[in-house]
Write a protein that binds this ligand. Structure first.
Ligand code: ADP
Length: 888
């Protein structure tokens, strides 16, 4: 590359079809056509000094109208003042290169002067045609003034287009030019780096940037990559240096970007290829192994089945979209890959959920519903009435947002079975969700799927189990939920029970909303008090008190015994439990508010009878005689008097008779001896209270627990000490304070009560007091033991026994006033159960007795107490003999 080139005024022209040779570029061409061979021969080959030729771009004919060569205008705007005069030897034009005479040749008006770096001459055999191979280097731009033919090739009168040295120096000072050249160099450098990185070469190209003048570099760079003919022409026409540089920067940058994009695509494609190839290979292997094992249930088939299941699940469209996305993800995973299983279990759940599936609601027949409730449950008149009202409202307005019914009462009073009766009255399915002990919000709402072992919450799980979206859902033991660090289940339940919010219940595991609005919720609780107020606010509490022994008897005779017999495959032909025995079971074996233990004990009796019948079937005697039943098992089970006779039919009679064989001649009738044999010795008896209060210092209280009312003994004893008070029996703060209060009251009135001879004597002088509440493992709290504590202490200090037939309840103030307490009904029922005859109650609680069944009231003497003295008066035989009536 010479620094400055002396261009002759005329140059032999080599036309380049749709191609441009830029200055600085090197090209190798093979000349075969007569005209170009002639040109090379005359202008380059035969010259002694190195000759130059002009390379002029020629555009292919676009339109066949004009005949003869035309010279097209330069595209670049900077050539305005150098518009060539076009004189073309039209007559010879068509002969050039031997082209078709009708072909239009569009000559470009600018070209590049080139010199031959290398020349080689060849002779083709056998034709003897001469050809040249020329390596040309582009030198500098020129513009064509006039084009003419010389023999077979063209020549042109030209003028140089490159700047002079002075012009160049001027431009180089131009700040625009400087900025442009910096930008160009930076882009060029980047391109070089990328290329070098790609080809893992380094070094040499960068040197170019430092040594070659910038205007030449622009041409060299652009010439080195493929661009369109139009762009090549544009570059050729960029005579102005600034235009050339900015054009070159643009082209280099584009090239750089295209390399980068190409690289990215290659990487991606390579990655995918290798991954999918690997997957394919593994799949093939797996298939082969499965085939070998004869295990053909293909995983893919499973997924297809899953997809089909999902399609028929009737999901809402937003859920469907979500599920589709998840399924696509699953399809890409291999079964062994982490996440496959969890994703699949998740989709299975979504497919199983009853999005739309509902049990058809029957036309509600209130009369039938009432009959159903009556036939399932004895008594409970008010509760049943309320349920009928609830159903009536639903009948009139099916989508009524009535309150959620909440049955509150001790265990075994029929809360669950009432809820299930509601379901069957409505013809809906029934599902029970146990909330007892739920402390974690996630139990209700589920764990997010990011957790290992995450699961849906209990509600969604229940719905999946029941398989319809409109069941009656029992939220069992709603009072047993508690909150701790893991969130507040009650707040989640609030959302569930709120008709506004439960349309879009959000289970964390599901992660899509589920409509709970069609579910009928019913709740149960042992006590209403622990239920958080906002939750309680959404519910209508229906209290179910415990049953009286008489009610229990009726329930047992009408409902429990037939049910138990049926459950054990028996009938009254096999087993009869007389009323008197049921009464004994109620009195001696079960002292509960409900009937659950009663049912359990009856079931135990039924089991014993079932064993007898089953044993009987095996032992087929051969004579028709009546035998005494003496199996080893029954020896164990039954008392001597409980032996029964049975009818046996000899072998060999016809089949029909055999099938009806082994009927027991007379049914097994339960008696006391059998009760003890099967249920063990009685757990409770009427003498218990008398025995326990046999010594002074014990009184009988009535308390309220989650199991309903209970009798609670209070024991007090004194021993040598320093006047301390010891309390045991898992007592809460309130009850401890009550004990302190009771002791203070007794000490303050020790003289009046004639517990000490003189006022100055300290009642606790030299002794400690210990108060114990038996059933030491059961936590106790509440203020209602106040009067019982005082009674026990007075009994202790006076050495007088408390009446065994009297129980009491009531809170006491420091001044000795008796305040009303809660749960009176349950407490009175409990006293009745324990065979207590007299109950001392706060006077203000007397009104609560209206709720107690009349039969119970009739069997009890109820003694109102206003002040502590009234209690003491009633608690001791013959009244409180130590009372100085006026002063107390
Ligand atoms: P809860 O849910 O209150 O703990 P359940 O509903 O489980 O009690 O009742 C326990 C058993 O007692 C059930 O078999 C139920 O049918 C029976 N039961 C309770 N109350 C009655 C009643 N009034 N009439 C008939 N059976 C009853």
């Amino acid at each position: 590359m010479a620094e400055s080139i002396e261009l002759p005024s005329r140059l032999g022209i080599l036309p380049f079809r749709n191609k441009v040779l830029l200055p600085g570029a090197i090209i190798r061409i093979r000349c075969t056509s007569p005209s170009s061979v002639k040109l090379v021969e005359q202008e380059l080959w035969q010259r002694e000094e190195k000759g130059l030729i002009g390379i002029l771009p020629v555009r292919d004919a676009a339109e066949p109208t004009a005949v003869g060569p035309t010279l097209s205008q330069g595209v670049a705007s900077d050539s305005g003042d150098r518009v060539p005069k076009i004189q073309v030897g039209a007559s010879d034009g068509h002969k050039v290169d031997g082209k078709n005479q009708h072909e239009v040749i569009h000559w470009h008006n600018r070209g590049v002067a080139a010199r031959a770096l290398h020349l080689s001459r060849g002779v083709e055999k056998p034709s003897g045609r001469v050809t040249y191979i020329v390596v040309l280097e582009g030198l500098c731009r020129f513009s064509v003034q006039e084009l003419s033919t010389r023999g077979t090739y063209y020549t042109a009168r030209i003028s140089a287009l490159e700047m002079t040295k002075i012009e160049m120096e001027q431009v180089e000072q131009d700040p625009d030019f400087m900025a442009l050249s910096r930008q160009f160099k930076a882009t060029a450098m980047e391109l070089i780096s990328v290329l070098e990185q790609k080809q893992k070469t380094s070094g040499r190209t960068k040197v170019l940037l430092e040594t070659v003048p910038i205007h030449k570099l622009a041409d060299i760079f652009v010439a080195s990559f493929e661009i369109s003919f139009e762009e090549q022409l544009l570059m050729l026409d960029s005579v102005d240096l600034k235009v050339r540089l900015s054009k070159a920067t643009e082209l280099v940058d584009r090239h750089l970007q295209s390399i980068r994009v190409a690289e990215k695509i290659t990487q991606k494609v390579e990655g995918q290829l290798s991954k999918s190839q690997k997957e394919f290979l593994l799949r093939q292997q797996m298939r082969a192994i499965k085939e070998e094992l004869g295990d053909n249930d293909d995983d893919e088939d499973d997924l297809v089945a899953l997809e089909r299941k999902m399609q028929s699940a009737g999901m809402p469209s937003n859920v469907w979209k979500h599920v589709q996305r998840e399924l696509r993800r699953l399809k890409k995973l291999q079964p062994q890959q982490p996440g496959y299983n969890s994703s699949r279990v998740y989709l299975e759940l979504l497919a199983d959920l009853p999005w739309q599936k509902a049990s058809e609601e029957l036309e509600l027949d209130l009369k039938a519903a009432k009959e159903r409730l009556d036939s399932d449950h004895y008594g409970l008149t008010r509760v049943k009435q309320r349920i009928i009202e609830y159903l009536a409202v639903r009948k009139l307005k099916p989508d009524a947002r009535g309150p959620v019914l909440c049955f509150v009462g001790p265990p075994g009073v029929g809360k669950t079975s009432l809820a299930s009766s509601i379901a069957s009255a409505l013809g809906r399915k029934f599902v029970r969700i146990s909330l007892g002990g739920v402390k974690d919000e996630a139990d209700i709402r589920g764990h997010r799927r990011t957790y290992i072992g995450s699961m849906p919450g209990r509600l969604i799980d229940g719905l999946k189990r029941v398989g319809v979206c409109n069941p009656v859902m029992l939220l069992d033991e709603i009072d047993k939920t508690g909150s701790d660090v893991r969130g507040d289940p009650a707040s989640a339940l609030l959302e569930v029970l709120d008709p506004e919010q439960n349309k879009t219940f959000n289970d964390h595991y599901l992660n899509v909303p589920f409509d709970l609005s069609k579910v009928i919720f019913v709740a149960t609780a042992n006590r209403a008090q622990p239920i958080p107020p906002p939750l309680l606010d959404r519910m209508e509490v229906i209290e179910l008190p415990g049953y009286t022994p008489e009610e229990k008897l009726s329930i047992a005779m009408r409902h429990l015994i037939p049910r138990v017999l049926e459950q054990h495959g028996l009938s009254s032909a096999f087993l009869q439990i007389p009323e008197a025995m049921v009464k004994l079971v109620i009195q001696r074996y079960t002292r509960e508010a409900g009937v659950r233990n009663l049912e359990r004990n009856l079931a135990a009796l039924a089991r014993a009878a079932a064993v007898r019948v089953a044993e009987n079937e095996k032992a087929v005697p051969v004579s028709k005689d009546v035998h005494q039943l003496t199996t080893a098992l029954l020896d164990n089970r039954l008392a001597d008097g409980a032996e029964v006779e049975m009818e046996v039919i000899p072998m060999g009679v016809n089949n029909h008779e055999i099938s009806n064989t082994f009927r027991i001649a007379s049914p097994l009738v339960v008696d006391e001896a059998m009760l003890e044999k099967v249920l063990g010795p009685p757990r409770f008896d009427d003498r218990e209270t008398a025995e326990r209060v046999a010594a002074p210092g014990v009184s009988v209280g009535l308390v309220w627990t989650t199991f309903g009312g209970e009798v609670q003994f209070v024991e007090a004893t004194a021993m040598a000490g320093k006047g301390d008070l010891h309390l045991t029996g898992q007592l809460g703060d309130v009850i401890k304070e009550s004990a302190q209060l009771a002791l203070t009251w007794v000490r303050a009135r020790a003289t009046n009560l004639q517990l000490v001879a003189k006022e100055e004597i300290n009642l606790l002088d030299g002794r400690d007091i210990h108060i114990h509440f038996p059933a030491g493992a059961v936590p106790k709290d509440g203020p209602s033991a106040g009067v019982t504590l005082v009674t026990a202490l007075v009994s202790l200090f006076s050495h007088k026994r408390v009446r065994a037939d009297t129980a009491m309840t009531g809170e006491m103030t420091l001044r000795g006033l008796v305040l009303p307490v809660g749960g009176v009904k349950d407490k009175v029922l409990a006293a009745h159960r324990y065979g207590i005859k007299r109950v001392i109650l706060p006077e203000r609680n007397m009104k609560d007795l209206a709720e107690v069944p009349a039969a119970v009231l009739a069997s009890l003497e109820l003694l109102p107490a206003k002040r502590m003295e009234d209690v003491l008066e009633q608690a001791f035989e013959g009244g409180c003999p130590w009372r100085v009536s006026s002063k107390l």
